[in-house]
Design a protein around this ligand. Structure first.
Ligand code: 6PG
Length: 483
């Protein structure tokens, strides 16, 4: 696409919606030498950004959408950073009316991918390119290098890709940004990223809970363990910040901050979307689902209060060998994490097939190595696994992860059984282990389920030794007929 340098239209990118994420991305573009047109519904935010950070690069202050659009080089590229849902639709409509065919609107918020599919189709009819881009990394990532997952028309990536890649995190010289696929695929992939983020956080939380309640560690002691783990295979942003959060002291009481925070986890909704979509696609994302439900349970504060004191039954003694149990937890965390990623990648494969997106798992692992919340050393291994075999039936079957789980399996079982005997909840550790056991089982109880379904509803079943569908005449002579 040609770049038209009409007098006055000098900005390479426009950012509208200048709350923290929008401001930080705008600054990131400017710091990389791009001229950035700024727009916000209330001009005060635009002015505050220019006053505080105007010296970081070349910003164009605009007040109206018309001025904003007129400040942009063609094809115009506008990044929207507003609240998902109706506010996004409103801004898109305003922009679309002021823009021309070939221009590009990028939604960088956490939009629901089905909304992105709808918006892309409707803007395509008007000759505009719509790019739903997942952006991960929080406030700090937005400023210093996020992981960016842009979907939308491939042609738009020619004009947009170099700009986005210039501000993304870089790992070994590779930007954490690539064209994901058509229409809603960028937001879909970001949604699953967030689902994995939920699972990862829940697993870390369960590990912390075991140190606290099974070994009696205080927050500083647990922080030391996480710091040590961060030097090994578990090295990741979430493990690193866990140690920092645990070490933080509360100025008011002098206690560990974590001990004065209410234990009810909130959620903006992307984890829930992941599970809803997985249900529709028929993909068992059990680790992610447990994480979403664990947050819901933690938030049921009244119910929990009423349930304190319920019988625990006879509880076992605390583990005698703290060093062994610590290593067991490390192994259980690693193995459960493999399961969470395996399930997330299964969902991505299912979404790709359902919507004909032709997604490449190795590319996703590549751009998640830096910038995003789930960035981890481990993603290099996932990238290698999919590079070697893009059609891997499950990440768990990649030789590296298969071996890692083989090493971890005894520890993993000890952690789940010890936690159960101590009455300590480990929903994500336990369900990940059950998932693994179910996946590798030669025979599942689903045969019985099929028999029951046939009994009460004549739903039929398949036989292990013949083709076709069969039905037993349960209320007749119980002979079998071919359906
Ligand atoms: C990211 C994060 C981010 C998300 C927050 C809040 O990738 O930068 O996933 O997009 O909005 O982490 O998520 P919850 O409120 O749902 O925990």
């Amino acid at each position: 696409m040609t770049i038209d340098n009409t007098e006055g239209a000098r900005a390479q990118i426009g950012v509208t919606g200048l709350a923290v994420m929008g401001s930080n991305i705008a600054r990131n573009f400017a710091r990389h030498g791009h001229t950035v047109a700024l727009h916000n519904r209330s001009i005060a935010k635009t002015d505050a950004l220019i006053e505080e950070h105007g010296s970081e690069g070349d910003f164009v202050r605009t007040e109206t959408i018309e001025e904003f659009v007129a400040a942009l080089q063609k094809p115009r590229r506008v990044l929207i950073m507003v609240k998902a849902g109706d506010p996004t639709d409103a801004v898109i409509e305003e922009l679309a009316s002021a823009m021309e065919p070939g221009d590009i609107i990028i939604d960088g918020g956490n939009a629901l991918y089905t909304d992105t599919i709808r918006r892309e189709a409707s803007l395509r009819d008007r000759g505009l390119h719509f790019v739903g881009a997942g952006i991960s990394g929080g406030e700090e990532g937005a400023l210093n290098g996020p992981s960016i997952m842009p979907g939308g028309p491939k042609e738009s990536y020619q004009a947009l890709g170099p700009l986005l890649e210039s501000i993304a995190a870089q790992v070994d010289g590779t930007p954490c940004c690539t064209h994901i696929g058509p229409d809603g695929s960028g937001h879909f992939v970001k949604m699953v990223h967030n689902g994995i983020e939920y699972a990862d956080m829940q697993l870390i939380g369960e590990a912390y809970n075991l140190f606290r309640d099974a070994l009696g560690y205080d927050a500083d002691q647990v922080a030391d363990v996480f710091t040590e783990w961060n030097a090994g295979d578990l090295e990741s942003y979430l493990v690193e910040i866990t140690a920092e959060v645990l070490r933080q002291k509360d100025a008011k009481t002098g206690k560990a901050l974590v001990d004065v925070i209410v234990d009810a986890a909130e959620q903006k909704g992307t984890g829930r979307w992941t599970v809803k979509s997985a249900l529709d696609l028929g993909v068992p994302v059990t680790g992610i689902a447990e994480a979403v439900f664990a947050r819901a349970l933690s938030g049921a504060r009244e119910q929990r209060k009423a349930a304190v004191g319920l019988a625990s039954g006879q509880l076992a003694d605390k583990p005698a060998d703290a060093a062994q149990f610590t290593e067991d937890i490390r192994q259980a965390l690693y193995a459960s994490k493999v399961v969470a990623y395996a399930q997330g990648f299964d969902q991505i494969a299912a979404g790709s097939a359902e919507y004909d997106w032709n997604l490449h798992p190795a590319d996703l692992a590549t751009i998640w190595r830096g910038g995003c919340i789930i960035r981890a050393r481990f993603l290099n291994r996932i990238k290698d696994a999919y590079d070697e075999n893009p059609k891997l039936p499950s990440l768990i079957l990649a030789p590296y992860f298969r071996d890692a789980i083989e090493t971890a399996i005894d520890s993993w079982r000890r952690v789940v059984s010890t936690a159960t005997l101590l009455g300590i909840p480990v929903p994500a550790f336990a369900s990940s282990l059950s998932y693994y056991d179910a996946l590798r089982a030669e025979r599942l109880p689903a045969a019985l389920t099929q028999g029951q379904r046939d009994f009460f509803g004549a739903h039929t079943y398949e036989r292990v030794d013949a083709e076709g569908k069969f039905h037993t005449l349960w209320s007749g002579d119980r002979s079998e007929v071919q359906a």
